[in-house]
Design a protein. Structure first.
Lengths: 151, 151
DNA sequence: GCATATTAGTTACTTTTGTAACTAACAAGA
DNA sequence: TCTTGTTAGTTACAAAAGTAACTAATATGC
């Protein structure tokens, strides 16, 4: 009898619940405000933060599959948040970069994210937050050097 | 300029990455082995752990929307993991209970989950795990008494 | 140079999930 | 009893994500 096991204390379950709760709370900043999906916001972030990148580069940095990137890029383009420029030396690559509108959305969502993060952190001690981040990074596979091109 | 903000350190993002990594690693125990989806495993868990329940009760305990429950129950029934028995006094309710096959799957997945959880915990100190669990429970909304019937 | 392989990205198809409308059963007041 | 309302659960439709096959461009070996 496995009468002792509790889903409520199962780490993957707890992680999922916490991720869902915080993700749901944060999405108002990109979804309600700009009609973006999560992947779109992530692509926007990478372009805003690191400048012109190709879809491939974003995918490997953000660990997102190329089809999701492709769809997010198309959606962001339709919203006039980014433009594509074909590379003349290799016409398979397209460098993506944010329009002014895209950049201002990036700025605003980043500010909101920063505040959001700070607000979570205030619920805990600095030490607790440090432990939390450390554990999350470990579990996420960073720290144990796992770099697959996850789908 | 929001050049200081890093997605990698944004808690909702980290939570999501950690949840995805651990969830993906664990799903072999219910998906590969039994062809279940996550919601099915959760429904199976609640029935195995708490005995006969109605779909409604599972939904509120597990915080899962009734349509997801309905689909999971149908799938588990098709796999002969549970049976329905109509309540004679109120024919809207159906008490669900696991078949022997369902119960043995429950037992096995619970064991695997217990081992899985233990193995994550060994990567950290007991104190770190305690902090992690506390933070996750807090962020998930338990502890601040938020009980919405999330969709 | 030309067949073959590789790479970037898109499109098509399938599965899963979200949302809303629906059915059936019961409750309760006029 | 006969509306009206509520509850449990299902079904239908739409949005999103996963998977695989595809196109177009370039690289490579012969």
């Amino acid at each position: 009898m496995k009468q002792d096991f509790e889903l409520q204390n199962f780490l993957p379950y707890m992680l999922n619940q916490a991720a869902e709760a915080s993700g749901l709370a944060f999405q108002k900043h990109y979804k309600d405000r700009y009609g973006m999906l999560r992947t779109e916001w992530r692509v926007l972030f990478h372009l805003g933060r690191y400048g012109g990148l190709t879809a491939k580069e974003i995918g490997s940095r953000a660990r997102v599959h190329k089809t999701k990137i492709s769809r997010a890029v198309a959606a962001l383009e339709a919203k006039r948040f980014l433009t594509r420029t074909e590379q003349p030396n290799d016409r398979r690559h397209e460098t993506l970069s944010l329009t002014p509108a895209g950049h201002s959305a990036f700025e605003e969502i980043c500010s909101a994210a920063q505040r959001f993060d700070d607000r979570i952190a205030t619920r805990f001690t600095a030490h607790e937050v440090a432990v939390l981040r450390k554990c999350l990074a470990q579990i996420a596979g960073r720290g144990s050097a796992r770099e697959d091109s996850s789908i």
